[in-house]
Every structure is written in C-alpha cells, then in structure tokens.
Design a protein around this ligand. Structure first.
Ligand code: DX5
Ligand code: ZN
Length: 219
C-alpha cells in the first residue's frame, strides 16, 4: 500500500498541533526545511521540529532543502527526525556521501532527493546505502505548484535500478500531488507520496488522505 505524507508547509503554523491532528491517519508527516540559499524560500527549522516531535509519534520525514546539509544532519536527528533527506545538488559528492553516512550512523533513515533537472543516473553511486530516493515533481521551494508528469520515466527508471539490485530503498515523490497525479506516480512505481496543498485545503483531510490512497490502489 502506498504511503501518504502530508507536508506541513501547507499547514497553519499558528495552530500546528491542531493541523497535525487532522492528518494523523496519514503514514508520515513531511517537514520541509528551506534556507533561502539552496531554494528561494525560507521555511522552518530545528525549534519547530522539536515541538512537532514532542507533540506527535508520527514518523517525521524531514526534507532538507539547505546548502551543505552535512553541517546540520546531527542536529535534525537529535531534534526528532526519523527520516532525513538531503539534496544531491546541495554539496559535493564527497560531502553528500558523508551526510548519508552520518544519518545512517545515527540510526535514522537516509534519503536523497533530486530536483527536476537532475538526471536519474545521478543517484546511482549512492543507491546502495539509501533508505529512500525522493524525486521532485516541482522545483523545490514552494507548495501549490503544477505537477511535472515528465518526471515519471525517471521514477520508473530509479525503481527498476532498485529492483534489479534487490535493494529495499523506497521511492518518494514530492510536488503537485492530487488524486489524479497520485495515480500516475503509483503506476510509475512510487512507494510514498508527499501532498501539501491538496490535503490541507480539503475540508475533510482524513477523507482526502483516503482518496489519495484509493487513487493508487489499482497499481
Ligand atoms: C516543495 C516542498 C513540498 C511541498 C509540496 O519544495 O518540498 O513538500 O510542500 O507542496 P504541494 O503538495 O502543494 O505541491
Ligand atoms: Zn518536501
């Protein structure tokens, strides 16, 4: 069954606890960290993650859209992240390897994310030690953008690499997910779907999460 990860970027940060309660039937909570350098936007960071960790037992999927993330992965692990995702484009390959190794050494799940312009092959050298690959279907930085269906061959290709090597690595997709695009992602081989605006703008969020799951069921 596909996993749904509502993105707190679309929540109301003045009533975050209440908003988390409305999506507690989801599988993971997606937490977007932006530094205004790697992406042209600034979101939230360590103090907010700590508060969220104290509030909920849900699996916290932390998406670091920050430059040189190796500097901060230990802090995010200590603040309560369960999954820490760094961007392949955010540092040199050596430092990205070091970030992934540090995350794993801390007993957390390690993820690597790629932006739309980054080719699928770029993940190859990291794949064996990843718990998750996050494929962006929008340019990172903002919620509410249009889904890039052109990324689906990349999803299928990465999934086929994972299967060919017998790895347990999960495939996560982030950006522009709604019931229609969710089905495309499931068909391409996704395991986890991040959904921000689609879930949070719904009146009944639990029902919307269920609708996203159901849209994926035939695959
Ligand atoms: C964008 C973030 C996403 C964002 C998705 O950079 O990584 O997680 O919240 O928002 P929607 O689902 O609205 O595209
Ligand atoms: Zn994200």
């Amino acid at each position: 069954m596909i996993k749904i990860a509502p993105s707190l970027l679309s929540a109301d940060f003045a009533k975050l606890g209440d908003d988390i309660d409305t999506v507690k039937t989801a599988d993971y909570l997606h937490f977007d960290v932006m530094d205004g350098v790697f992406v042209p936007n600034i979101s939230v960071g360590l103090p907010v993650l700590k508060s969220v960790r104290n509030y909920t037992d849900m699996t916290l999927d932390v998406h670091l859209m920050i430059t040189k993330p190796v500097r901060y992965v230990r802090d995010f692990a200590e603040a309560g992240a369960d999954i820490i995702v760094v961007h392949l484009e955010s540092d040199t390959p050596e430092e990205i390897h070091r970030a992934i190794d540090t995350i794993r050494g801390l007993g957390k799940m390690a993820g690597l994310s790629i932006k739309p312009d980054t080719p699928a092959d770029a993940v190859d050298e990291y794949l064996d030690k990843l718990d998750l690959v996050l494929i962006m279907t929008v340019e990172p930085g903002f919620g509410g953008q249009k889904f890039m269906a052109g990324m689906m061959p990349k999803v299928s290709y990465i999934k086929s690499l994972i299967e060919a090597r017998g790895l347990k690595c999960l495939v996560e997709i982030d950006g522009g997910i709604n019931p229609e695009t969710a089905a495309l992602c499931a068909e391409a081989g996704a395991d986890i779907l991040v959904a921000g605006s689609d879930v949070f703008k719904a009146e009944d969020r639990a029902q919307r999460i269920e609708l996203l799951r159901r849209a994926c069921k035939t695959f």
